[in-house]
Design a protein around this ligand. Sequence first.
Ligand SMILES: NC(=O)c1ccc[n+]([C@@H]2O[C@H](COP(=O)([O-])OP(=O)(O)OC[C@H]3O[C@@H](n4cnc5c(N)ncnc54)[C@H](O)[C@@H]3O)[C@@H](O)[C@H]2O)c1
Length: 351
Amino acid sequence: MKKVNIAVIGCGTISKTHLPVLKRNAKVNIKYVVDIIEERAIEAKDKFGAEFAETDYKVALNDNEVNAVFVLTPNYLHYTITMDALNAGKHVFCEKPITVNYELSKEMYELAEKKNLILNIGVVNRYKTSVNIIKKMYEEGKLGEVYHVYCSFRSFRSIPGLGGPFTTKSMAGGGVLIDWGVHFLDLILYVLDADAKTVSAKGYNKLAKNMEDYLFHGEMWAGPPKYDGVNDVEEMISGFIRTDKASITFNGAWAQNINVPEMYIDFIGDKAGVRMMYNGPFTVYKTENKMFETVSPDYENADMFYEEDDAFLDSVLSGEKTRSNIKFVLKSAKLLDAIYKSSDENREIVL
Ligand SMILES: NC(=O)c1ccc[n+]([C@@H]2O[C@H](COP(=O)([O-])OP(=O)(O)OC[C@H]3O[C@@H](n4cnc5c(N)ncnc54)[C@H](O)[C@@H]3O)[C@@H](O)[C@H]2O)c1
């Protein structure tokens, strides 16, 4: 079988999920691992059997044997590295969100189209087994008309790497919405095959306005606080979206003074409703023969990260676009922009 030679750029947290699944995929050869922090690149090379560890991603882009790159860096670098990679003739898998805003995301899409290269985005929930079961139930009419979807991505104390790339708007594009909300809203649009029409939302930066006052337990994910850094993004956001299918309400919080984490989506149909916990399991609520029925189906759970990376490799080998191609993900980037605009301008936005 022809193997895809890849470079993995960025050896931080999410690389530890992609590298193991790539290592056990027979379609791939990990030629380079790259990180500006040299020890991370060397550690990844040793652990996952890459041929080279580098600190400058351009070394990999200049190698004619490299067919594709994985961009696993902070959000603002998704744009720069993806554009450089496409210009060097490489196919690209780029982690979510596409990048910090819709305008730059569109440029990435247009360049991939112009160069006739695959550009997939890490909207991994499109490969989650339960999401696809619910999508099929919806398409087969088992839920009836789904007129509303509610989602909650709320945590008690989960601001990541306070003061670093995750909380600096110019580097991340936003806070909890672009980091967690993108997964929820993208999967809702995917399940319903919906297009957003209007949005009204409000984001809040309250609990770590003065970073040193932010109290949290144990270790902060994405690194310890950098008190000389920046926190200018929302840690909490709430909003209402109208689509051409259902309306959607969402409540998200990296941090809030309510210690009851909630991570789920409710698809509310006139025949049945489904509550899907974000980690996968779901329950269907319906009435049958004038009786209430509640079912939590058993299903075989696929490894969504394996499926996502495998679909990318298949696309590279076949030239066919898959469900996570940027072409099908751009609409969630457009929605995120509208949500931020609504919050900034305190008004409803028409998309
Ligand atoms: N799909 C998911 O569920 C999921 C989960 C976590 C993170 N992510 C996304 O993955 C991306 C990375 O997140 P993370 O949590 O791994 O962050 P991280 O900070 O842990 O890792 C990023 C790595 O990129 C490296 N880097 C920075 N600039 C670089 C450059 N110019 N060249 C090479 N390496 C460079 C950093 O040194 C760091 O090791 C983000 O966009 C995030 O949104 C997706």
